[in-house]
Design a protein around this ligand. Sequence first.
Ligand SMILES: [Zn+2]
Length: 387
Amino acid sequence: MSASIQVGKIIGIPIRLHISFLFILPVFVLMFAEASEPVGLGDIENLSLHYRYIFSALATILFFFSVLLHEMSHSYVAMRYGAKIHSITLFIFGGLAMMDDIPKEPGKEWRIAIAGPAMSFALGGAFLLSYFSLTTVNLPIYYPAQALLFGLGYLNLVLGTFNLLPAFPMDGGRVLRALLAKRMSFIQATKKAVFVGKIFAIIMAIVGLMPDPFWFYSTGEVRAPFNLFLIFIAFFLYTAATEEERATTTFALLEGIKVKNVMRTEHTCVLDDTPIMALSDKMLAEKTYEYAVVGASGEPKGFVTFGELKALSNEQRYTFKVSDVTGSFDRVSDVISEEAEVGDALKRMLKAKKNVFAVVEAASGNYIGVITRNDLATYIEMLKGRI
Ligand SMILES: [Zn+2]
């Protein structure tokens, strides 16, 4: 979610808008303004264009507040269980809460997952209730407000129901996995829940590919277009289910394995006052193209690669030292302790888009090896092959 801007903070959680959200906004305003019942104002005659669009813009804002509240309830419950919420982003498909340290206990996981749909149903109920209380007032001025309250109630109920589908990454998929995980391992529960999700996606795609059943029933003719939107959602769900299974299996495999079990210690470092010519000889001899740079007392100082050497002029090659070409380095984000979990190392790499960490001894903070994304990928493949 990089192409997004922060618009505010609620209960300490940054709220962000993704660029795709800006495209969907006018679509929603148009839908509320033009669609007929149950979601839009299209059926109301004698409503000036002006008011039609003011009401629709208001309904759009209320709808996206509903989506935000759905995500906030997931986040609120997760926070109470000790998870860290980095942000909530609104994008074209709705909302997404970015969290860390989500509790693995099934009893907590399903409560976090169910909180969103529960909020959507509560909001749906509240909108419908206010709709019914307004219908007792029979003034034409209230018609558009009534129609929109009904539309918002209806949309929230649809949102709640759709999210309860037992398919990843829908909330229902998570609820299903958590319930299954009470009786089996987390991996087995994920595999079962992913399987159910894929079946749902396939059924959805088949329904989407079928000609309009109502049209066929009333006219006896087969009519295209088929439901492209449904096919699109089905494809999205299937891909997400596959991805969830892959990620869960990987992180479950890595559980309990420490960085020191995967790191490389041979031919990985060079002292920072080494002349460049000596480094290039070392690269040739050890057939290694990337080294961690280490200071005289053993502290990590950065990385140097063959690429940096290639960029040097002939004169620089004879006069420079490794410290002159060492890339920028952060003592916190580029370093990991030997005692850290490999799964956490991988998460950090993926999140910060890093390919390598310098590994330091837990006690002294001195350099002892490197862990790279390639090494991790190979290691994971080997673990998978073992089972
Ligand atoms: Zn949700």
